[in-house]
Structure formats: structure tokens, C-alpha cells
Ligand binder design. Sequence first.
Ligand SMILES: Cc1cc2nc3c(=O)[nH]c(=O)nc-3n(C[C@H](O)[C@H](O)[C@H](O)COP(=O)(O)OP(=O)(O)OC[C@H]3O[C@@H](n4cnc5c(N)ncnc54)[C@H](O)[C@@H]3O)c2cc1C
Length: 458
Amino acid sequence: MASTPTPRRAVVIGASMAGLLAARVLAERFDEVVLLERDELPEHAAPRKGTPHAVQPHALLARGQQVIETLLPGFTDALVARGALVGDIGQDAAFDASGQRLVRSPLGTTGLLASRLAIEAEIRRQVRALPNVRLHTGVDVLAPVHEAGRVTGVRWQPHGVADAAQTLAAALVVDCTGRGSRSPAWLREWGYEPPPEERVTIGLAYTNAYFRREGAERPPLAVVIGAATPAQPRPSVLIAQEPDAEGRARWVVGVGGYAGDHVAPTREAMAERARATGQHEIAELAEHGELIGEVMRYGMPYSQRRHFERLARFPEGYLAMGDALASFNPIYGQGMTVAACEALALRAALRHGTRGLARRFFKAAARVIDTPWQLAVGGDLALPMVPGPRPFPVKLINAYVGRVQRVAVHDAVVAGAFLRVVHLLARPESLFAPGIVWRVWRGGRPQAAHAAPQPATA
Ligand SMILES: Cc1cc2nc3c(=O)[nH]c(=O)nc-3n(C[C@H](O)[C@H](O)[C@H](O)COP(=O)(O)OP(=O)(O)OC[C@H]3O[C@@H](n4cnc5c(N)ncnc54)[C@H](O)[C@@H]3O)c2cc1C
């Protein structure tokens, strides 16, 4: 790797979702973009050490798919060609809240059902193909280099090789190392304040597994989300996935619990929890399905947000993106979409050059994060076991959202409005539009009779 200074070189630390999407937009403005990644990256969809979460269930929100498709045209088709499914987010997916299923009806917006590993592999394939992007794997970034108020490059060494540090110069360094980012510590070392941090303790753990799905075509119900609500706070997820390397189409399923209410990593325990929460599709799979791999458990103690936008002083030539900024309770399925939207924010901030970039970008990224953070934290604070202050507006909004969900069980208009917010296609304020408030207040006009959750076609 050359270490000669190139004024128009950008370096991205971490080549996961945020790093790859950052590289995509940086490639429009810099002569050269170098991605430095600790792991050796597989050619295709395969697990790796640096992202243990990537094998856990991941849903890509409709907004995320749209943004990634904008950045990387052909993204959806490429995944569909590998067996990923598309379906209407209102018709082909089910959303259960407090033991009731929201009425299903077409919304005219499709979602993409593919594993996180496949999504990342496709993004990686396209970003790698960009002529001015170089991907260096097996590389540990030790720290960015800071001199007189600006970051001028990074110190790196081959992974696992001691005393071999080298410097790579860059005009811009973007930290995409995820939730465990060391940016706060690095800032402190350079004499800056670290970003104020918000944490919401959730004590969440998911017990997850893959099961064989018969047939490669889309089943009538391709996704079932079991939301956590005060009446039924145990979340669950069931998502159809593309075939694995051995050609087996799959379901990925997860059953979760807050504040230590966790499920043992066995299929018996999964089945028991799924039965107890009325998730019959998951219970059927856990009891009778063909398990692929092992039953896994993954914990997330808290959601975390770092407010870089509030810092008065920040070095030039440096940014952070993705989970390094905010890492959400995964049950809301927001992280990949937020990373994609931040990439758009970066693109917009770069239109005005690199001077003052951090201020522009962090402000715009904070606006991207505000809504999903509000949805996730607000939703979590509706649950009695999640500690934290609940000012009156939060209580009021949560009571209203509970009512929205109850009405959405038989009112397709309200269900559609709610799902658009969940998929980050509409702002939460849209639920307060007069037409929606009226329907919610009135309790909704009964439409098609609500059918109890039916087993998915496995
Ligand atoms: C259990 C779970 C389920 C989730 N479910 C969903 C979901 O359904 N939908 C959704 O949209 N999001 C979901 N998320 C969130 C999503 O996974 C993250 O938002 C996303 O991975 C963020 O990507 P990132 O690139 O910021 O960080 P990461 O994916 O954590 O990647 C960081 C990268 O940096 C590399 N790295 C770290 N340090 C160094 C270093 N010093 N030198 C070189 N490389 C380094 C790592 O190897 C890694 O590749 C879930 C998260 C979890 C934990």
C-alpha cells in the first residue's frame, strides 16, 4: 500500500455497511478512496469475525432499499437473481402488535427480503468495482493521525502483526468501525471533548435460527414482525431469505425479550416462547422445521447515540458514520437504512467541499438519525421494563401509537400510514394528519374481518 500523500485521497476505516456506502459517495469527489478493513472479506455472502451481528436476522426497511438502489443501481435485481424476494410491504408482510395482526392490504411499495450477508456482499461487489476505490483487507487501523487541528491520515498495520505500523495519508478519514468505535477516545487523546452519549438500557437478547423453506418462490406471507408492546413485550421476527450456498431457501426466525427475559438457545425454548406469544409460524418451524446451522443467541444491552453534532470543536478531515454514530435496538430494523441515508447526507455535505465538512455532515446525519431514534427509543420507553424518563409528550405519543396499532387491525388506511412510518418512508408526524387522527379517534370503520395469524407457507 503506497503511503505517499495524495491530497485527494479519502480513507474509510471499516468496510461493512456504513463504510461501503460512504466509499460509494466519496468516490464521486475524491481521486482515490481506500477502504481499510480488519477482516479478510469473502467473495460471496459469508460470515466473518468483525461483524458477528451480520448472521442474525436483518430486515431492510423499504426506505433503505430505495436509497441503496439509488446509490447502486441494479442492487435489487442482483439480489433477486440470487433468490432474494420482493414483496409488497403492506400485503406480503404481517405486523403483529399485542397479539393482533394489522390488516394486510397492498401499499404499492415493495420491500426486499435478503439476508444481511447477501445485502452486504452485493454492495461490496459493486463498490469494489468502482475504478477509484481500493479495498485493503486484513488491516488493523491503529488510530487516525492528528496534527494541528486536522486528521491527516491513519496509522495501520497488517492484522495480527505487531510493530509493523505504517502511515497512509489522506485528506479525509471516515470512521465506520461500528458501535465500538474508538473515535470518542481518539478525540480525547487529541485534546477535544468526546461527543455527548445517550444510552437507553434495553437488556435485549434474541434467540435466532435458520430453517429450510420449501420452494424458492415467495410464500404468501414472507415476513412476520411481532412488535413489542406494553401488552405483549416479547418481540419476534420471521423473514424469508434467499437460498444459501448449498441452494437451500431459508427462513430466519428470532424470538426476543427485554431486561433479561431471554430465551434459551434451543429450538424447544424457541417454540415455547413463540407459542406463548401467538407466533404460530415460528412455533411450527421451531418444532418441525429443518434447522440449518445452530440456534444462536445475540444480546444488545443498550441503544447508543453519540451526538457529534453538538461538539463545538472537531478536527478537520475527519468524520464518523453508521453505528459509530448511533446503534439502535435491532428489533426496529433501522441500522442499515440509517447508514444508507447518512451516505446521502454525506453526498449532499460534500457538494460544498471539504472545508467545514464535519459540521455540515454531523448536522445532516443528526437529522437522519432523529426520527428512527425517536421511534426506537419512544417505542422502548412504552415498555415498563425499559428504564428512563418518560416526559408527558412521550407518554402521550406512546398512548396514541398504541391506539393507532389497535385501529390498524381493521383499518387499512391507518395500517398503511403506520407501516410507512415504520419503513421510514413517512415521518411520524404523518400519523397526526387530520384524516388519520380522525380515523384513529373514531376507532376506524370496520373493513375486512380481521383474520387471526395464519401459519406461513413454509
Ligand atoms: C442483532 C442485530 C440485528 C440487527 N438487525 C438489523 C435489521 O434488521 N435491519 C437493519 O437495518 N439493521 C439491523 N442491525 C443493525 C446493523 O447491523 C448495523 O446498523 C450495521 O451493521 C452498521 O454497520 P456499520 O458499518 O456502521 O458497522 P459494523 O457493521 O459493525 O462494521 C464495522 C466494520 O469495521 C471493521 N473494523 C472495526 N475496527 C476496525 C479497525 N480498527 N481497523 C479496520 N477495520 C475495523 C469491522 O471488522 C467491521 O467490518 C442489527 C444489529 C444487530 C446487532
